[in-house]
Design a protein. Structure first.
Length: 127
C-alpha cells in the first residue's frame, strides 16, 4: 500500500489502484467499482467516514481492465471535521463486487493532511 503524500487542507487526493486474478493478471471486478466500495479511516480509528460525498470513482480508468481511480475532495466537509490538519488516513477497498470470484478487502493507500514535517516554510498562510 503506497503512502500518497502529505496534502494541504482542501486539496484533492487521487488514488490509483489495480485488480488482479490469482495468477497476477489484470482483471475487472464483477461490475464497476463505485465510491461506496471504499472506506476511509482517520488516525487509526475503527469507524470510517460516514459519507462518500466529494468522492469520485472511475472504474475502469480509460477503459483499461483492472485499473481504477478514486478522487477524494478534501474540501468536502459533509462529515464536519473529518478532514483535519495533523491527521493520517487509510483508504480501504471493501466492495460488494467480487474480483476473480473472490470477496476482497485491501488497504489501497494512506495519506496525511499537513502532518509531516516539511520545514519552517512548508505551509505559509498569506493574508
Amino acid at each position: 500500500m503506497p503512502f500518497l503524500g502529505d496534502y494541504a487542507v482542501g486539496e484533492t487526493v487521487r488514488v490509483f489502484f489495480t485488480t488482479h486474478d490469482t495468477d497476477g493478471a489484470r482483471v475487472a471486478p464483477s461490475s464497476a467499482f463505485e465510491a461506496a466500495d471504499v472506506e476511509l479511516y482517520k488516525d487509526g480509528g475503527g469507524t470510517p467516514r460516514s459519507s462518500t460525498s466529494g468522492w469520485t470513482m472511475t472504474s475502469p480508468v480509460n477503459s483499461k481492465t483492472g485499473l481504477h481511480r478514486l478522487d477524494i475532495d478534501l474540501s468536502d466537509d459533509t462529515d464536519a471535521g473529518f478532514y483535519a490538519a495533523g491527521s493520517d488516513y487509510n483508504v480501504v477497498l471493501y466492495p460488494d463486487e467480487t474480483v476473480d470470484a473472490f470477496s476482497v478487502v485491501r488497504v489501497i493507500a494512506t495519506f496525511s493532511i499537513q502532518n509531516r514535517y516539511g520545514g519552517p516554510a512548508r505551509f505559509v498562510h498569506r493574508r
